[in-house]
Design a protein around this ligand. Structure first.
Ligand SMILES: O=C1O[C@H](COP(=O)(O)O)[C@@H](O)[C@H](O)[C@H]1O
Length: 262
């Protein structure tokens, strides 16, 4: 039986996190492309796209033409709005890739809530896009991403799943919406928890001391009161990439050495 692992890594600064996530993503991308001919990845917004893209965009080991890029959550704003997660990923990642090794436009799946009249409709539309992209896998109850890149807010939210909000209980759909988000903007679209927990690989990428308390509660005290703490892939690996500020309250025993040669 295949065994899955959960590991926590910490680095002196954000640059160390960028370097390590680049090595990690290079390895996964090579493995999945060799095995399936493609690599399905979802990005979150916030600070993550910049941290993850820093070295990755110059990688010579990744065939970005084989990537299918999705979004773990999105704000209901036009895609060129400064609040859009897509715009962040475009500016930090897509636009910085070399022209001869970039993600083909048809392999990029933004959540475009501005095209429809409600957040609920946008969530349904995105679920349809996922169904088409994961075609042939319809016997699966949920899509299985090769890699989900997740961030976490200081309140323990991940994607647009917020503590105490009903979206976290949603099991009947792959994508859902929220119109009263405690973090602006209020209307958002998000993957649901069962989709996060069916991924082959999930990587949290967190920097900054304002996250240290929740990191400790989740990784040391096994708290499940925060959405980020409820992410425990059923048949996949879970890695946390952090800077030393984010991991400052953790016992060192919780942290593994990062194998720089993957
Ligand atoms: O609102 C959001 O916040 C989280 C965390 O962002 P960060 O800036 O604290 O890293 C992010 O993961 C999510 O995609 C975004 O919509």
């Amino acid at each position: 039986m295949k065994s899955y692992e959960q590991k926590v890594f910490s680095f002196p600064d954000t640059d160390g996190v960028s370097e390590a996530t680049c090595l990690y993503i290079e390895k996964l991308s090579q493995e999945y492309i060799a095995e399936t001919g493609r690599f399905t990845i979802a990005f979150s917004g916030g600070s993550l796209p910049k941290t993850v893209s820093k070295y990755l965009v110059n990688s010579k080991k990744v065939d970005f033409t084989k990537w299918l890029v999705f979004f773990a959550d999105e704000r209901c704003v036009p895609l060129d709005d400064a609040e859009s997660n897509y715009l962040l990923v475009k500016n930090e990642f897509f636009d910085k890739l070399p022209k001869d090794n970039c993600v083909p436009p048809q392999n990029i799946f933004p959540i475009n809530a501005s095209l429809v009249s409600s957040s609920e409709e946008a969530a349904n539309d995105y679920e349809d896009s996922l169904l088409k992209a994961f075609v042939g896998k319809e016997t699966l109850r949920y899509p299985q991403f090769d890699l989900l890149l997740l961030g976490m807010g200081p309140d323990g939210h991940t994607c647009s799943l917020f503590p105490g909000f009903p979206q976290i209980q949603e099991t009947g759909v792959w994508v859902t919406s929220i119109d009263n988000s405690p973090k602006p903007p209020p209307s958002r679209i998000t993957l649901t928890l069962p989709v996060l927990n069916d991924a082959h690989n999930v990587a949290f990428v967190n920097c900054g001391d304002q996250k240290a308390q929740v990191v400790k509660e989740i990784l040391q005290e096994n708290s499940t009161k925060y959405p980020a703490g409820m992410v425990k892939p059923r048949r996949g690996n879970l890695y946390w990439f952090m800077d030393d500020k984010s991991s400052s309250l953790l016992d060192r025993a919780v942290i593994s050495d990062f194998p720089h040669k993957l």
